[in-house]
Design a binder for this molecule. Structure first.
Ligand SMILES: Cc1ncc(COP(=O)(O)O)c(C=O)c1O
Length: 471
């Protein structure tokens, strides 16, 4: 298959293996905190009542103590990874950096394509990198359990696994539409011992309010977050944990970027373009952090591209402003690219990308021109997913396939121009629980939803206005 391409592939394969695996002792021992190097730091979380930065004490009512320290740390570039977490990482890390030789050949592109594959654990995605860290700190603090929300289910699954490992109780509010459409993912969580409640539910005040106002609603991530926070507040010995958006989550996910960079460095490969899908920004932030650090220090230049669904275009059509992280407005205000906490995205099969806001770190990088963003429509995402699956073997998650779409687009541009660019993208997970989506695509029943400006207006109008929050 490789011999007759005549495009340098044979030579390349001699030098660069199909999979670059690091040794176990090359798993990072520290997370990398990009905030320490950012010239413009991400804006602090604000207390919605006082509009003052949230203090550590205020945050500790919701989050584990050590995670609050990490959330507020804008100065230490390297944070040691506790040995227990390193030991857990060894179960499924280092993850491979794969050279997509087969995809390159299929596309007949001179581009060199690599992907960092995070789907080789039971939860099926990168989410476990932060779940295990958050569960560890909860256990270390002597807590009984944690509460959380999950959209598509990957985060809830990862957290269930992590809580089972440390013997913690795990209460998951799962967006109702996923709870109903993805019974198997729900059962994986229950198998690991989690209690899974469809959201909105009757178990919280905010859930009852949302149900009264929107009977028959299929729920949203912002609404499940409100319920999970309320559930935590009412329980002694519990804290709330979140699977994306926050600085601490992005920090834990830097194991992706650190490993990717170490693997590339081993073979003296320097990427031109780095691509990741963006939901709340954790995998993208984790992947790009070491590279963005080099850019900020003026050592190298990369094109960094975040990819989001056209149906939920936080970066590309949102505004950079302080906004609520949840529908019930119980969480602090974060300065981020947002479509408004009241925005309910239309149906999209990449459930993990249906969030109205974005990581404050990535929002600042985007605002400062260090990264770019594009939005793509879901049928073209599934075209790319299918093309990829057929040649590379892995069945990708719909979320991850957003990055595949743009990697293929960039590789096809290289075909036009003859440029041999090196493209690295994050393949965050597998799509075995997303077969309803694949079925719709295979049956030709998948539709694209691109909101009109009028559809975005109510969400944007709902963003709080106060002095200093002009947009
Ligand atoms: C497989 C996969 N990739 C990507 C994402 C997007 O999340 P984030 O932007 O935090 O990486 C999700 C979220 O659920 C996911 O499950």
């Amino acid at each position: 298959m490789f011999a007759d391409t005549g495009k340098g592939m044979v030579t390349d394969m001699k030098k660069i293996p199909y999979k670059i695996y690091l040794e176990e002792n090359e798993i990072p021992t520290h997370w990398y905190n990009l905030r320490a190097e950012m010239k413009n730091k991400p804006a602090p979380l604000l207390n919605p009542e006082t509009l003052q930065p949230m203090t550590a004490e205020e945050l500790k009512a919701v989050f584990c103590d050590e995670l609050v320290t990490q959330e507020l740390d804008d100065t230490n570039a390297y944070i040691p990874i506790p040995q227990e977490i390193q030991d857990f990482y060894k179960m499924y890390r280092p993850s491979p950096l794969v050279r997509a030789y087969c995809l390159e050949e299929k596309l007949q592109t001179p581009a060199k394509i690599y992907y960092k594959f995070e789907g080789n654990n039971t939860s099926g995605s990168h989410k476990l990198n932060s779940a295990i860290a958050q569960a560890y700190y909860a256990k270390k603090q002597g807590l009984k359990g944690v509460t959380t929300e999950t959209g598509a289910g990957q985060w809830g699954t990862a957290l269930s696994m992590a809580c089972a490992y440390f013997g913690l109780d795990c209460l998951v509010y799962m967006v109702k539409v996923s709870y109903e459409q993805k019974p198997f993912r729900r059962e994986v969580m229950r198998t690991y011992g989690a209690t899974v409640t469809p959201s909105p539910s009757e178990t919280t005040e905010i859930g009852r309010k949302i149900l009264a106002e929107h009977p028959g609603t299929s729920g949203s991530l912002g609404c499940a977050i409100s319920e999970a926070v309320e559930a935590e507040m009412g329980r002694e010995g519990y804290r709330y944990v979140l699977g994306s958006v926050l600085n601490q989550v992005l920090l834990h996910q830097t194991v992706i970027g650190l490993e990717a960079k170490a693997a590339l460095d081993k073979y003296e490969i320097v990427p031109d373009i780095i691509i990741g899908c963006a939901g709340g920004g954790s995998n993208l932030g984790g992947l790009i952090s070491p590279f963005a650090g080099e850019m900020i220090r003026g050592e190298r230049n990369y094109r960094i591209i975040g990819v989001e669904p056209a149906s939920c275009p936080s970066f590309t059509r949102g505004v950079f402003a302080y906004d609520f992280c949840d529908t019930g407005k119980v969480c602090p205000l974060a300065k981020m690219y947002t479509l408004g906490s009241g925005f309910i995205p239309s149906a999209n099969h990449a459930g993990g990308l249906r969030y109205h806001g974005m990581s404050p770190v990535l929002s600042q990088l985007y605002h400062d021109g260090i990264m770019e963003a594009v939005s793509v429509e879901q049928t073209s995402v599934f075209d790319a997913a299918t093309q990829f699956a057929r040649v590379e073997g892995i069945l990708p998650a719909p979320e991850s396939s957003h990055a595949i779409r743009v990697a293929i687009d960039e590789a096809l541009k290289c075909k036009e121009t003859g440029e041999e660019k090196t493209i690295v993208f994050g393949l965050t997970g597998t799509g075995y629980f997303d077969m309803v989506a694949y079925e719709k695509y295979n049956n030709g029943e998948m539709r694209d939803y691109v909101p009109a400006d009028a559809d975005l207006k109510p969400g944007l109008d709902g963003i709080p206005r106060f002095p200093g929050n002009e947009f």
